[in-house]
Design a protein around this ligand. Structure first.
Ligand code: SF4
Length: 226
């Protein structure tokens, strides 16, 4: 039986993206395939779980807190896609929707989860902000698969973000079609009037091409919850 490396399992209020404010049980998968400059996730430890033990732990929290979502987050959960497939096939969560938070790079791994995920929150990695190499092609392939789900795209914007990356993001979403919402998320540790002015300019530009463009900061950090 497959085992997964899990950094933590906890209940909280979703702080990012279109579902901000909803009650979720978070399963944080250990490890990531890239290293973003602004990453705030600590990868120091993990416990190993099999599918049954993980379902029991997540199910217990979901029941205790009436959570409507099970969030698979990381790190990058798709590094452990085989385990996730087994976990979701063996355990049907009847009252919770399955919410995947991903950096939108590992499209082949994502394709193995067909029919198992309800909502996809896909990050687009802007090279100028994240400091990682461009992943436009991978993002494009990922979105082609993800658009069959309830999906939105999130872009972290920092002081270093270039307009050219925003133009490429808009073109990526237009190519994917299906009116996928775009969320700009300001880098929380650098929140300032200057950054907000910049981000609102990006929103005005993107809204000229896309039907749903929002600016949403990390609400959990503002609320002081995990
Ligand atoms: S993809 Fe997410 S978890 Fe991975 S390094 Fe970037 S911000 Fe951190």
């Amino acid at each position: 039986m497959n085992k997964a490396k899990i950094s933590e399992i906890f209940f909280s209020v979703q702080g990012e993206g279109l579902y901000a404010g909803s009650a979720q049980v978070f399963i944080r998968f250990f490890g990531c395939n890239i290293r973003c400059r602004y990453c705030d996730t600590k990868f120091s430890r993990f416990d190993e779980y099999d599918a049954k033990a993980l379902a029991a732990a997540a199910g217990k929290l979901a029941q205790r807190y009436n959570a409507g979502y099970i969030s698979l987050t990381g790190g990058e959960p798709l590094l452990q896609a085989d385990f996730i497939a087994e976990f979701l096939k063996k355990n049907k969560f009847k009252k919770q929707r399955i919410y995947l938070e991903t950096n939108g790079i590992l499209y082949e791994d994502f394709s193995r989860l067909k029919g198992l995920i309800d909502i996809v929150s896909m990050d687009v990695k802007l090279p100028s902000a994240s400091g990682v190499r461009p992943y436009w092609l991978e993002h494009e392939k990922f979105l082609r698969l993800a658009r069959q789900h309830d999906v939105f795209v999130k872009a972290v914007v920092t002081g270093a973000t270039l307009f050219d990356d925003i133009k490429k993001t808009v073109s990526l979403l237009r190519k994917a079609g299906r009116n996928i919402p775009l969320v700009f998320q300001p880098e929380y540790s650098r929140l300032s009037e200057k950054l907000m002015k910049k981000i609102i300019k990006f929103q005005i530009y993107a809204a000229g091409y896309l039907p749903d463009v929002r600016v949403i900061p990390q609400m959990h950090r503002i609320m002081g919850v995990k």
